[in-house]
Design a protein around this ligand. Structure first.
Ligand code: FES
Ligand SMILES: [Fe+2]
Length: 457
C-alpha cells in the first residue's frame, strides 16, 4: 500500500467511538450504529479492505489460458485472468492511458483486452501489447512500464485465490492460520478437491456487509426462528436447520480471528454432510489427522467466516419436500458497496469426482436454498435489511443503543469450553453461545484500531 493510502485518517469522533468499543465488546455489547455509518464505511475501506487478504475467485473458475472473470474489492474492479503462461493474475481494470475500463464483460476467454476508448490493447498477462498509431504518436513509449497494474499480492490456498491491496501484508497462510484445520475439511476431502459448479450467483442486499459475515460465523440461534418455515415445509431436516443445543454441537471461536459452527452426528455415524455413498467413496482425506477425519465423517452442517468477508456453508438440503438430501458447499462473499448496501456472491462447489448428475442436482438445490432466490437466503436478507435500517438514523446514535452479543459469556449460558478438544481455537460444547460472532467483532476491532501498518495476521 502506498503512503497516501496507509495514512488515510479517520475523524476524531470515530476514533473515540472505536476506542470505547474495546470495553463494550468485552461485555458482549456491539453498538448498533456500526451497521450503517458513512465514516465507518470509509475507514473500513482503508483499514480492512485495503489491507487484509480478500477472496477473489476459485481457481476452477478460470481453468484455461485466457479465462477471466471480473470481481471487486469494494469499489476497485479487478480482472482475474489466467495468462497464456498459465499464471493467474489479478489486474486492475483500468487502462493506463486515460483510465477507462478495458474489460466490458463479466467472464470469458481472451487473448487480449482492448480498451474501447482509444484502442490500447493488453495481453492476457497484463502487458501492454499495442497502441494505435504508436509508430508516429508514441515513438518512445516504454511498453513494459505501461501494462495493466496487478494487485500487489496474490496467493492461493487449496484453490482459493486471494488478493491484497497491501504489498506488506503477512502471507495468506498466516492470515488463515490455524483455521486451515477446519477449512481443509471442506476443500481436501477428495484427491481432486472441490470444483465450482455453474455460474456463481450475484445480487445486492440493502444491508451492511458485517451482517453476513457475523451471521455465518455461526449464528445457530436464528435458524429455529427465522428459518422455521423451511423446516416446517419439509425443505430441510430439523437436524440441518432445526432446534439448537444438541450435545453434538460445536462452536469454534478465536481461531486466528475466524470462527465456525458445527453440528455433528453421534460418534461412529458416517454422514459426511449428507453426500451419497457414490460421492463420499472418493473421500480419501489425504493429509487430514484422525480427529479431522472423524469430524468430517460425522458432519451435518458447518457454517463459518474467514475474516473479513468470505463465508461458507456446507450442508445437505433438498429442493422439494420428500426428496433426498443433496450436500453441497457454498462459498459466499459480502462485498460492501455502501454503508447499507452489499454485493453478495455465492459459489456452489462439489467434489470434483462427483458425477455430472450429482453436480447438476447440487447446483439446483443450492439455488433453491442459499442463493438470491433461495428460501434460507430470503429469510436472512429481510432480517438483515432491518438491522441496517435501524442503524442508519439518529435514534440509534442519540440513544447509544447497544446490541446484545452476550450469549455464552460465563454468567449467561450453559455453554462451556471443551478443554480436551483436539482442534485449534477455543471450542464450546454448544451452539447456544455467541463467541463465534464476538470473534468476528474482536478481530474487526483489532483491525480498525491497530497502529498504522501493524498487521493482524
Ligand atoms: S483510455 Fe484506454 S486507450 Fe485511451
Ligand atoms: Fe440464516
Amino acid at each position: 500500500m502506498n503512503d497516501a493510502a496507509s495514512s488515510a485518517s479517520i475523524s476524531p469522533r470515530l476514533e473515540q467511538s472505536l476506542a470505547r468499543m474495546g470495553n463494550e465488546l468485552a461485555q458482549g455489547l456491539v453498538p448498533l450504529w456500526i451497521y450503517n455509518d458513512g465514516d465507518l464505511h470509509l475507514a473500513e475501506q482503508d483499514r480492512i479492505f485495503g489491507q487484509q487478504w480478500i477472496f477473489m475467485a476459485h481457481e476452477t473458475e478460470i481453468p484455461d489460458p485466457g479465462d477471466f472473470i471480473v470481481r471487486s474489492i469494494v469499489d476497485d474492479r479487478f480482472i482475474i485472468v489466467r495468462g497464456d503462461d498459465g499464471e493467474v493474475r489479478v489486474l486492475f481494470d483500468s487502462c493506463r492511458h486515460r483510465g477507462a475500463s478495458v474489460c466490458q464483460g463479466e467472464r470469458g476467454c481472451v487473448k487480449a483486452f482492448v480498451c474501447p476508448y482509444h484502442g490500447w490493447s493488453y495481453r492476457n498477462t497484463g502487458e501492454l501489447h499495442s497502441v494505435p498509431n504508436g509508430q508516429v504518436a508514441f515513438k518512445t513509449l516504454d511498453k513494459e512500464a505501461w501494462g495493466l497494474r496487478p494487485a500487489p499480492r496474490v496467493e492461493n490456498y487449496a484453490g482459493l485465490i486471494f488478493a491484497s491491496l497491501d504489498d506488506s501484508v503477512a502471507p495468506l497462510v498466516d492470515h488463515i492460520g490455524d483455521y486451515r484445520w477446519y477449512l481443509d475439511l471442506h476443500l481436501k476431502l477428495s484427491p481432486g478437491g472441490m470444483e465450482v459448479i455453474g455460474e456463481p450467483h450475484r445480487w445486492y442486499l440493502d444491508t451492511n456487509w458485517k451482517s453476513g459475515s457475523e451471521n455465518f460465523s455461526g449464528d445457530s440461534y436464528h435458524t429455529q426462528s427465522l428459518h422455521k418455515s423451511v423446516v416446517t415445509m419439509g425443505l430441510s431436516s430439523p437436524a440441518a436447520a432445526g432446534a439448537s443445543g444438541g450435545g453434538n454441537d460445536l462452536h469454534i471461536t478465536e481461531c486466528n480471528g475466524h470462527a465456525t459452527s458445527i453440528r455433528r452426528k453421534d460418534p461412529g455415524v458416517r454422514h459426511f454432510w449428507g453426500y451419497p455413498e457414490d460421492v463420499s467413496q472418493h473421500f480419501k482425506m489425504e493429509g487430514l489427522s484422525d480427529s479431522q477425519k472423524d469430524l468430517a465423517e460425522r458432519s451435518v452442517v458447518h457454517t463459518g467466516t474467514i475474516f473479513p468477508n468470505l463465508s461458507l456453508i456446507h450442508i445437505g438440503l433438498m429442493d422439494a419436500p420428500g426428496k433426498p438430501e443433496c450436500a453441497y458447499l457454498s462459498l459466499r462473499q459480502w462485498n460492501p458497496v455502501s454503508p447499507s448496501r452489499t454485493e453478495v456472491r455465492s459459489w456452489v462447489l462439489a467434489p470434483k469426482e462427483a458425477s455430472e448428475e450429482y453436480k447438476a442436482q447440487a447446483y439446483k438445490v443450492a439455488t433453491a436454498t442459499f442463493s438470491v432466490s433461495g428460501n434460507f437466503e430470503q429469510d436472512d436478507s429481510i432480517a438483515w435489511a432491518g438491522v441496517a435500517r435501524s442503524a442508519g438514523g439518529q435514534f440509534a446514535r442519540k440513544q447509544g443503543l447497544m446490541l446484545n452479543y452476550q450469549m455464552g459469556l460465563e454468567h449467561m449460558s450453559d455453554a462451556r469450553v471443551l478443554k480436551d478438544w483436539d482442534g485449534p481455537g477455543v471450542a464450546y460444547d454448544s451452539n447456544l453461545e455467541e463467541g463465534v460472532q464476538r470473534t468476528f467483532f474482536n478481530h474487526w476491532h483489532r483491525a480498525m484500531t491497530r497502529p498504522e501498518r501493524e498487521h493482524v495476521a
